[in-house]
Write a protein that binds this ligand. Sequence first.
Ligand code: C2E
Ligand code: MG
Ligand code: MG
Length: 729
Amino acid sequence: MTRARGLTLRTKLLISFAGVGLLVIALLLVGNQIMRDAATRLEVAITAQVRPLARLNRLQSQISRIRVLEIELPRLTDLFAVSDQLELLGAERAAFDRDIVPFIAELKAQQPSEAASLDEHWRRYQSDLQNAARLANLMQLDAVQRISTFESAGRFKTISRTLKQLAESTELSANEALKRAESQQAYQRLLFSATSAVGLLVLAMWFALLARSVTDRVSRLRDAATVIAEGGHAGAVELPIAVVGTDELADLGAAFNAMQAKINAREQALRSAHDELESRVASRTHELHRANERLVHQAQYDGLTHLPNRMLALDRLSQAILAAQRHANHVVLIFLDLDDFKKVNDTLGHGAGDALLVQASQRLRHAVRADDTVARHGGDEFLVILGGLKSLEDAEAVAEKIVQTFAPSFDLDGSEVVVTPSMGLAVYPDDGDNPSMLLRNADLAMYDAKDAGRNTYRYFNQQVHDSSVRRLAIERQLRGAVQRNEFELVYQPLVSTSTLEVRGAEALLRWRSPIDGVVAPEHFIAVAEHTGLIVEIGEWVLRTACAQLAMWRELGWTSFGVAVNVSPRQFRGDSLLATVRECLSANELPPGFLQIEVTEGLLIRNQPEVRETLVALSEMGVRLAMDDFGTGYSSLSYLKRFPFDALKIDREFVRDVASDPDDRALVTAAIRMGRGLGLSVTAEGVETEEQLAFLAEQECDIVQGHLFSEPLPASEFAARWLVREMVRV
Ligand code: C2E
Ligand code: MG
Ligand code: MG
């Protein structure tokens, strides 16, 4: 960062040190000068005052010596001594005069009267001395004595006194001058001290300000750095820090602020990233939580009906069993299956099926107490657990109530549908002491209710159990029955109503069980369908029937066809088509001599592959017959939509055709309808002449029944019908 640079810290420090140096030098110079001035002034003062004083003292001692020599003069006795003394005196006087004359000249300027007095007295004293000297040379010593005692004494005293006074006043003024010089020196010392003090003070203040500015900013930086380093937030420290000045510290502050701003920006970015992460984690956690809740719900409750599922139901059942053990009472498990639910699903669609299940579950819930459990077992099966029962009549009452609750029709998207329940009841402890056994037995009892005509309930009992055991036994025995050659086909003639000629035969399956003997299809076809064994068995039927037909054709019975029953299960995949094709070609059969019989149950599912297979069979030339017409939905649309050649009226309607006008009307309508659609119509189960007469009257094409023949093994069939027809031919 570039900033306008003023005085740098280094410059300031240099200036400071230079200032200190300069001040010290200045003080030394000034001090020195002051001292020298003071010394000079003192010297001047001393010189000015002390020298005159010394001069006066010398003058005094000179005049005193002159006086001594003068006084001694008269006391001398010989002339030699006098002349020596006079010589000395003369020298002293000359010396004194040499000194006093300039002194008086100088004194005249300041003290003229004293100077005049001194001059006057010195001159008289000199003339006294000259007189005395002249008299001494004459050895008139007494006169000399007189002069010194009476004349010169006064002169000497005045001179001496004047000199003394002058010395005293000179000493006085010298003292004053010295004092003045001293006080001036003291003043200058004070001035020097004050100047030094001020200089030092200014320097100290400069240093203090500099130090304060440096330490303040350094400590601000330190505090800010500490705050940032400790990750705290500037409460006491103001951020960004104030940038003061223009020196390196200011630069440092600015750089620090820039760094702080960057840190802040990064911290902000980190924080927002962190926040985002947090919120993502939170929402993910929430999702997981919800997913978990959903899973927990799904794990225990049925998604469609929101009833407890099988797992939870079994758990509740064991709880109920434990409670019943404690209180010595009963638990009843009801296994409920909706009758013809499949039909609703197949005809009205899965949406309607689902709606039915939901409505049925609501009706069930209302039929029982709040503390009873209603659960969905799966598909159209429900479980009802009635706990704490004192008597089984209570359970019967509930079952009755459930039957009644299903009596009103269900409204499925505008379609009014009646769906009835079949229920099996298993009782704890009689029918089982654990949930799975109770469930199995209630399930079996439900089948008993179905067998009893549906829309009812049955208790589990031994008979139910036995029949289920039998069902399982059949299933076991059926496996491998084809390989063990336990199947046989019997043939029943299809007779022309008008000519009573045999047009063909329906191949009907029989099972020679090593244990149960000959078993009729009604006892094992359902089991074979259920287990899928029917595919293998059905294939065997087709091959056997076709081979049989080929054999009969070889014997010359060429105007004769065979009808084979095919189960819905065999329509899965395309193995049926392949088998039919193979059978026809292997036996060189014209396809028109093979009739495939299917029931409406196959068509109800409305699966495209069923339609495709039927169309393919029809296109191949194979005849298609709708079997057991009247027992299912007997829908005209099926007859129109699929390429059928024949319609077989179920023997249930043929049976009472002579006596029951309803059946008569139904059969008549079926024949008309079939003929109207161009189908050949067959009536099954014709046992009496009356039935035959009626059917002939209604122009039914083919009749089949015990009136002509029961289904017979191939050899018997041939012996009885083939031979007769051959004869007829
Ligand atoms: P379906 O195809 O309707 O066969 C006619 C049934 O009526 C046969 O019963 C036959 O014996 C019986 N019947 C014929 N005339 C009379 C009569 O005058 N009075 C009475 N009461 N019954 C008569 P069956 O042989 O017991 O077969 C029952 C059903 O088993 C057949 O009904 C058919 O749906 C099925 N079925 C038979 N064989 C096969 C087969 O090979 N494969 C398949 N998938 N189903 C078969
Ligand atoms: Mg049939
Ligand atoms: Mg039939």
